[in-house]
Write a new protein. Structure first.
Ligand SMILES: NC(=O)C1=CN([C@@H]2O[C@H](COP(=O)(O)OP(=O)(O)OC[C@H]3O[C@@H](n4cnc5c(N)ncnc54)[C@H](OP(=O)(O)O)[C@@H]3O)[C@@H](O)[C@H]2O)[C@@H](O)CC1
Ligand SMILES: [K+]
Length: 246
């Protein structure tokens, strides 16, 4: 793990800015689609449905989406999981008013008949039972989180922490509650079974417990020259894979 390539939160934000700047011209929607698609692939790789009983195949993937772009990745991931034969259900307690785009992602989930719990759903924990839930996708906060955690997320993450030994959690980009550079330095903080780093792992990923947490990189959208400019080598993705297990 010492050879792991990581970039600081500052650099990650710079990479995003340049990818979406006037020279390169990616849109946020494009990158988020690829990011969410990667996370869905990581769920498939880690929790394959092949050889599962019908009851196991019917288990929910419970996606919790936060108010920013990490949450957007979760909404996209849920749609792809449905296409991949999973049974996702989305909890999106604080919906972003930032752009029309987030509303469109919710419309798309409705179109795919993926249940999206109402914002003030009080019984959301009812959907989280080991016998009914394959895994939880933690798309609450990513690299822009700054502690201390505000409500309603503090209470939500505290509940997830109580469940995480019984239901595996897949964290998108940064485990929720972790400082992107320094790791789990404040509470509450999720201890994921799977981490999917996007574009390139952030320094906090060096604090995962290797035996406990499977680590994937996803978000396969940069060429070699661009990676080298930011001080890392591209990851050795195979074939058409959108994820690589590190
Ligand atoms: N190239 C890539 O790799 C790509 C990466 N992408 C993804 O984007 C992620 C970064 O997204 P992001 O910048 O929107 O920030 P994110 O972490 O979702 O959080 C911001 C929200 O959280 C809130 N908030 C913050 N602190 C809080 C607190 N203490 N308590 C409560 N709320 C708090 C904050 O609220 P505010 O402070 O603004 O009121 C705001 O609403 C990145 O990790 C990756 O997953 C892709 O989608 C695109 C390609
Ligand atoms: K997260």
């Amino acid at each position: 793990m010492s050879a792991l390539k990581v970039v600081s939160s500052k650099l990650a934000a710079e990479i995003d800015k340049e990818l979406m700047g006037p020279q390169i011209g990616f849109t946020l929607q494009q990158l988020m689609e690829l990011a969410g698609f990667s996370v869905a692939q990581a769920v498939c790789r880690q929790f394959p449905l092949k050889d599962k009983t019908e009851a196991e195949k019917g288990k929910h993937v419970f996606v919790i989406a936060g108010p920013g772009n990490n949450g957007g990745d979760g909404l996209v991931c849920a749609r792809h999981l449905k296409l991949f034969g999973y049974n996702p259900i989305v909890y999106y307690p604080k919906r972003s008013e930032r752009t029309e785009f987030y509303k469109q992602l919710v419309h798309q989930l409705n179109f795919f008949k993926v249940p999206v719990l109402s914002q003030d759903e009080e019984n959301w924990l009812e959907y989280l039972k080991p016998e009914k839930t394959l895994c939880i996708v933690d798309a609450i906060f990513g690299f822009s989180y700054k502690p201390p955690m505000r409500e309603p997320f503090r209470s939500i993450v505290e509940e997830l922490c109580k469940l995480q030994d019984r239901i595996p959690i897949v964290s998108v980009d940064v485990p929720t509650g972790w400082d992107v550079d320094k790791g789990p330095i404040s509470q509450p903080a999720i201890n994921p079974a799977v981490l999917v780093s996007l574009t390139v792992p952030k320094p906090c990923s060096t604090y995962i417990r290797e035996k406990h947490t499977a680590h994937y990189v996803g978000g396969r959208f940069i060429p070699r020259d661009f990676a080298n400019k930011y001080g890392f080598e591209p990851f050795g993705y195979e074939s058409t894979d959108q994820i690589l297990k590190l």
